[in-house]
Design a protein around this ligand. Structure first.
Ligand code: MN
Length: 741
């Protein structure tokens, strides 16, 4: 520390001690800084926030000081740090912009004004509004990116102290941070702030998942630390013996949110997620980066498709590095980044890294060049009137989990990733959704299930005759589309049930030599006690109830004419459809079946022994004489022999079978005959909560073990998970599902 700095710190005024650590930080990277100004800004802010408190009970001034310290960590200039101290004074105290300009000059006043404007923006906390929110923020920021940096620091400090807020507010603010501030930090390349914002948001938006993960991660900490040390040591030895220049190696676990995203994206448990560790080799110059890469690829096998050269082709935010993933010791996948010291600075501090200090305290011109992206953004917005055009123009990775697509007349629509033209159609209008047949994306015809991408121009084709089908539910992500499709399908089922009900009743009446029509005109139907009891007091409701199997046709006849007798001789001719329904309805269970027949979920069914369908399998149903309805797998060979007229519409009513009604499935495993195999295999089932009902093992002549497991599973997903895990066992040669049990 220079004599000048020591003197400044030694004579630190006692009323400013709270900002002494802040001033030390500033002097460490900017020795000539005029810290008197920092002290003045602090005193001004403290005076105006006097009597205000944070939720934690601390005096309010602790917040602006915390914000300024974050800004000093990014090594920003004095006006920015002073803005950190003053950022809430105009919004929350008597102080005016004129006061600030008089006391601290025009630059600081403009920055405070920018931050105040952003603070006053009301962000709508819905997905639909995200683009608008970010646009607002960029516009409010004006030409000076420092405004955003102060706002990011402000948000980071608020997130760090969010624990004092009520639960609902934590969730909302966490969500907003995840949707707006973390992507913005990422776009500006400030990975340190981005990662901290993501982890904090994750903790407040998904506390259960967060703490569960923290616990799991900490359980394996010792193991992981040792592994990191091992890898570092190998790298140091190997590189050290071949490489002339200086180098630095860092190893760390990835941050929680990125692990969580990985788990969520591929539906894995923590134990199954690969490349949780990231290593970094930092060298002096670019040729050395490639040299190190060569050494690493000689040492460990790279995983194809994972090498990225961000040195030759930097990211939009100027990030540069080489990325590779290799198979490290113990067959563990590890990610390695190779970069120079300068690149490292940019990676950690992003746009803030471009502040260079001259003795005058002026900012280096180089920074201005690096900010081209932001300036372009602002001028783009000024040129283009609508936010649609604006978004079309920027198309940045800010919006990584959302897509923006365009209507033929240039209006922008926002969707979650995975959305299809079906979502798009319903977003336009319910009628468009209900009648869409196909879509044109960027002028090309595509099926409705096609996933849309950001920047696509989407046009939906409709036809009066087309109506929604249940299948569409699989291909849409928006709640609007889902609920509209569901209500349409339910209405259709109701109509069908009504028709079935009417048919069944007409037949039933005929069976007794009576006429439904005549009883209707007599008004007798309306007097049925059972109908009145349920409040279903018109004939339409009666048809529906009969159609759904909630009331038997016979009950209706008996209610109208208690002494009616059937025409015995006609009994044989009775359509077997009606018979099948009758027998099915008579045997109906109290509980809801996992299969629905013609939209009704209380019809008794049996599963074909030839193919044993389980939830998740595509299925077909057939009426079998006297035995109700039999469910086959849609690809079962037996069904080719069955008369097509007997087919009825069947569907699973559940994604997976509830406890107690799991379906039996048989799995065949062929493996090398090695000891302990059975234990490993049964562990696979028990770890997934699958009960084994029967296990058979025989050994073949060529010393292979063939095992058959009969297990009770909930659905195909659970079964395939088990089969995948079985395949991972060392020595296992093949795993197949046997459908015939
Ligand atoms: Mn604030």
């Amino acid at each position: 520390m220079s004599a000048q700095e020591s003197e400044k710190l030694a004579n630190f005024p006692s009323e400013c001690l709270e900002v002494k650590p802040l001033c030390e930080k500033i002097l460490s990277y900017f020795p000539n800084a005029d810290i008197d100004q920092v002290q003045r800004a602090y005193l001004f802010s403290k005076k105006h926030h006097e009597g205000q408190f944070r939720r934690s009970g601390e005096p309010y001034i602790s917040h602006p000081v915390g914000v300024s310290e974050i800004l000093a960590d990014l090594r920003l200039d004095l006006p920015t740090i002073m803005t950190g101290l003053l950022h809430d004074t105009v919004e929350d105290t008597e102080a005016t912009l004129e006061d600030i300009e008089r006391e601290f000059g025009q630059t600081v006043a403009e920055l405070v004004d920018g931050v105040t404007k952003i603070t006053q923006l009301s962000f709508k906390n819905t997905h639909e509004k995200q683009s608008e929110n970010i646009r607002k923020m960029i516009v409010a920021m004006g030409k000076d990116v420092r405004v955003i940096l102060v706002k990011l620091a402000d948000r980071l400090h608020n997130m760090r102290t969010l624990g004092h807020m009520p639960y609902e507010k934590q969730k909302r603010i966490g969500q907003e941070t995840l949707e707006i501030y973390a992507p913005l930090a990422s776009r500006l390349g400030i990975s340190s702030i981005k990662m901290e914002l993501e982890d904090l948001s994750f903790r407040f938006t998904h506390p259960d998942r967060y703490y569960e993960l923290v616990q799991k991660v900490s359980k394996k900490r010792k193991e992981r630390e040792k592994y990191i040390d091992d890898v570092k040591k190998i790298l140091e030895d190997e590189i050290g013996s071949r490489f002339k220049g200086g180098f630095e190696i860092q190893g760390r676990p990835k941050h929680f949110y990125s692990i969580y995203k990985k788990m969520a994206a591929s539906n894995l448990d923590y134990e199954q997620v690969y490349d949780l560790l990231a290593f970094r080799v930092i060298v002096d110059n670019i040729p050395q980066c490639y040299e190190i890469l060569g050494h690493i690829h000689t040492l460990w096998k790279p995983i194809p498709g994972r090498f990225k050269d961000y040195i030759a082709i930097p990211k939009a935010n100027n990030y540069q590095s080489l990325h590779t993933t290799v198979v490290g010791p113990g067959a563990e996948r590890i990610e390695i980044q190779i970069r120079t010291h300068e690149m490292h600075l940019v990676a950690e501090r992003g746009i803030a890294a471009h502040w260079k200090y001259k003795s005058s305290g002026k900012v280096d011109v180089k920074m201005e060049e690096q900010m081209e992206w932001l300036q372009e953004l602002v001028s783009l917005h000024q040129q283009s009137g609508s936010s649609g055009e604006f978004l079309e123009n920027i198309k940045t990775d800010l919006f990584d989990s959302h897509i923006y697509v365009f209507t033929p007349n240039g209006e922008v629509k926002e969707f979650r990733e995975g959305a299809t033209p079906i979502d798009f159609a319903y977003a336009i209008h319910t009628d468009v959704g209900n009648h869409c047949v196909a879509a044109r994306v960027n002028g090309k015809m595509v099926p409705l299930r096609t996933r849309m991408k950001s920047g696509d121009t989407v046009e939906v084709l409709t036809s009066k005759n087309k109506t929604p089908s249940k299948d569409w539910l699989k291909y849409c992500v928006t709640s609007k589309a889902k609920s509209k499709i569901r209500s349409f399908v339910q209405e259709e089922e109701r109509k069908r049930a009504r028709q079935i009900g009417q048919d069944l009743l007409e037949k039933e009446f005929r069976k007794y030599g009576m006429s439904l029509g005549k009883n209707l005109t007599d008004g007798k139907i309306n007097d049925i006690e059972e109908l009145k009891k349920t409040g279903a007091n018109n004939v339409e409701d009666l048809y529906v109830r009969v159609g759904y199997g909630k009331m038997l046709p016979k009950q209706v006849v008996k209610a109208v004419a208690p002494d009616a007798k059937t025409l015995d001789e006609k009994k044989e001719e009775e359509s077997f459809l009606s018979k099948a329904y009758k027998s099915a309805v008579q045997r109906k269970k109290k509980s809801r079946s996992i299969i629905s027949v013609d939209g009704m979920d209380d019809i008794l069914v049996r599963f074909a022994k030839c193919c044993n369908p389980i939830p998740g399998d595509p299925i077909k149903g057939f009426i079998s004489r006297g035995r109700g309805i039999t469910i086959h797998k849609a690809d079962c060979e037996k069904i080719f022999a069955i008369d097509h007229d007997r087919e009825v519409d069947v569907a699973w009513t559940v994604k997976s079978a509830p406890e107690g009604v799991e379906r039996m499935a048989r799995v065949r495993v062929v493996a090398q005959d090695v000891p302990g195999l059975l234990r490993l295999m049964s562990e696979v089932f028990s770890s997934l909560g699958i009960n084994i009902y029967n296990a058979q093992i025989r050994t073949t002549k060529d010393r292979k073990a063939v095992c058959l497991f009969d297990v009770a599973v909930k659905d195909t997903a659970q079964l395939s998970k088990a089969m995948q895990n079985l395949e991972k066992i060392k020595g296992v040669l093949g795993v197949t599902r046997v459908t015939q049990i």
